[in-house]
Design a protein around this ligand. Structure first.
Ligand code: TRP
Ligand code: CA
Ligand code: ZN
Length: 314
């Protein structure tokens, strides 16, 4: 005789928990156990990067604000999210006489008074295709969002993903978004996580230290992998978390390094080449599909999923 459906579900949950496939903690009596974050397939993240590269190649070699490669990148990301069940919105702004676009994707459900956001800038500089800066963050955030859909996650908090325009012109898109929020809506964002350059070819593992709780989520993840991290010290002004932080919203994020040179101590800790920049192709035409360290991209993508799952559950 078949098990009653609810009993079958409970039995399955117990088996998964016993097998260590899901976290054993439950939120309250009758609530479903909170599953651990899935592994993000780096091949899928790289497939998005290959698409960004083709888009740049077909559009004059870049994906910059005001150029056709930007909007084509946005249409690609939006199409994936729409097909996966996200509620998407394209928000326009003007900068330097050209129309810019942010893409906002909400995962239906969760407490909309407690919003966990993750985002990345989708524009490149005009000099090149911008695959590490910042196809890498854009692709990893996209694949994390698609993993939320595959898991049909039912988070306690509301999840929102964002792809920003015109970061390279001075964080124009993200500032526009934060400024457009009513004061009441700003206070509903419990945290914003930023990912700008996470597959640098001579990588470092830098964690933003702006908020201790958000910093800890990432640090603990890398400790579990046995990878030492350093605090991201290039300053608060350099990416899309800055407008959120200025508005009093807790921020966190990851960074694998740009034009600064890797020190001997860092090369001893992380491998790679001392005395060479983390990304020698930063803001150059050679920031193309080959300008990625797959291992760094993989670890950072998995760390994003870990943070999103953990922060949205609690
Ligand atoms: N935002 C820079 C860019 O897009 C990249 C960058 C340099 C950065 N240093 C940083 C991002 C420190 C985050 C933290 O060109
Ligand atoms: Ca992975
Ligand atoms: Zn960038």
């Amino acid at each position: 005789m078949p098990l009653h459906p609810i009993r079958a579900r409970l039995a399955a949950a117990a088996l998964l928990a016993a097998a260590g496939l899901v976290a054993s903690g439950t939120t309250s009596a009758g609530a479903a156990p909170t599953a651990a974050a899935p592994d993000i397939p780096v091949a899928s993240v790289k497939a998005h990067l290959a698409r960004f590269q083709s888009i740049a190649t077909a559009n004059g070699g870049n994906r910059a604000h005001g150029r056709p490669g930007y909007k084509a990148s946005l249409d690609y990301v939006k199409g994936k999210l729409d097909a996966a069940g996200f509620t998407t919105a394209v928000k326009q702004f003007t900068s330097g006489g050209a129309t810019g676009y942010n893409l906002i994707a909400d995962w239906p459900g969760g407490d909309t008074n407690q919003v966990v956001m993750a985002g990345a800038h989708l524009d490149s500089v005009t000099a090149g295709p911008g695959i590490n800066d910042n196809g890498s963050g854009s692709a990893a955030v996209l694949e994390t969002a698609l993993a939320v859909s595959r898991a049909q996650l039912k988070p306690a908090k509301h999840l929102r993903f964002a792809w920003w325009g015109a970061e390279e012109l001075g964080m124009v898109g993200s500032r526009n978004y934060v400024n457009s929020l009513a004061t009441g809506d700003r206070s509903k964002i419990s945290g914003y996580l930023n990912f700008d350059m996470i597959g640098s070819p001579n990588p470092g593992y830098f964690v933003y230290d702006d908020d201790p709780a958000l910093e800890k989520v990432f640090k603990d993840y890398f400790t579990g992998l046995g990878i030492p991290t350093e605090i991201e010290t290039e300053g608060d002004g350099r990416s899309d978390h800055a407008p959120f932080k200025s508005a009093g919203i807790p921020v966190g994020g990851l960074f694998s390094g740009a034009d600064y040179k890797k020190t001997a101590a860092q090369a001893a800790a992380w491998g790679g080449t001392a005395g060479k920049p983390f990304d020698a192709c930063y803001h150059s035409s050679c920031d193309k599909a080959s300008n990625i360290d797959d291992t760094a991209l993989d670890h950072n993508s998995d760390a994003i999923a870990h943070a999103v799952w953990e922060l949205a559950a609690s």
